[in-house]
Design a protein around this ligand. Sequence first.
Ligand code: 3PG
Length: 392
Amino acid sequence: WKTLDDMDLSGKVVLTRVDINVPVQDGRVTDDTRITRILPTIRDILAKGGKPVLIAHFDRPKGKVVPEMSLKVTLPALEAALGQPVGFAAEDFGTAIAAMAPGEVLLLENIRFFPGEEKNDPGFAADLAGLGDIYCNDAFSAAHRAHASTEALAHLLPACAGRLMEAELRALEAALGKPERPVVAVVGGAKVSTKLDLLSNLIEKVDRLVIGGGMANTFLAAQGLNVGTSLCEHDLADTARAIMDKAKAKGCEIILPEDVVVAERFAAGADHVTVAADAVPEGGMILDAGPATVARIIAAFDTARTLIWNGPLGAFEIAPFDTATIAAARAAADLTAAGRLVSVAGGGDTVAALNHAGAADRFTYVSTAGGAFLEWMEGKTLPGVAALEQAG
Ligand code: 3PG
């Protein structure tokens, strides 16, 4: 794929797909990470004399105009981050683009208001392409969607990756493409069922796989251990055993909790005890990994050269069940800061968990992507990335 360095942008309208699908509360953006991460691309296009026209989605309006899902809500945060006014085109995009002066930035209304976007409709894509001269895709976190603005446009205009897309792809390549070994992966979160493909793929690629969070309980139960009232997918016991067998055959060591923090209920300050994983009391609920497990995880980090992390190790939203996640995240951050580990993290809750631990900014790379990060780790082809590759 090409980058902005390969393109002559002078005087050109650059249709720039970004992902500013950011959390909003009471009409205000509450986390502007995705906005700040697209700034290098916007600034580069401006510096090269191009006219950045930002195409983005917000939420899931399903092809209809839903006023509460207008992208206008992101404008103040975008302007503040960029340090200059940003134009907004609610409709008649062509007229708004034609009126752009050099140095101006324009944001188009939620592209998912149009039914052709998610259908990847060729006619809609052609109309979009007619609005610009060059296509720049900077939305790695939407690259798992084959939509008009994430996929089709790359086939219709000279296409390149933006700076964030470049950074995401390089970091992921470093973590799972040709990583320095040993590689350790952390997969946490609630359910095995949502991460089956992920586990299967990682087992083939990594040397050690730490399984944490609620999904670890399914593995413990599959080994015949009592998990009390813990979150557990008992019907996936066979699947869990098959994953463990496959890991063994592939030479991937699976690290499961050997001690756990148990409470009677999931509530702040609930009474809790640490017990061996094979000594969970009836009525006990596993909410975090214990200190012996954390020590083993940190030892695995210590001997690894590359870490890839998706999902918290415990119920990190409520103290003290955030203890394992915090300790492991900080250890990974310290090893990274010392130059001993390449650490890449991403997906849903993960960034929130690492931020909570105060560790995210010392990781080598933290992806802005949720679903796209997972699909990439599952070894799936992301249509948005594939289209850029095909565009050459
Ligand atoms: C995300 O928030 O992960 C991306 O913006 C993709 O959003 P979607 O899941 O609605 O396609």
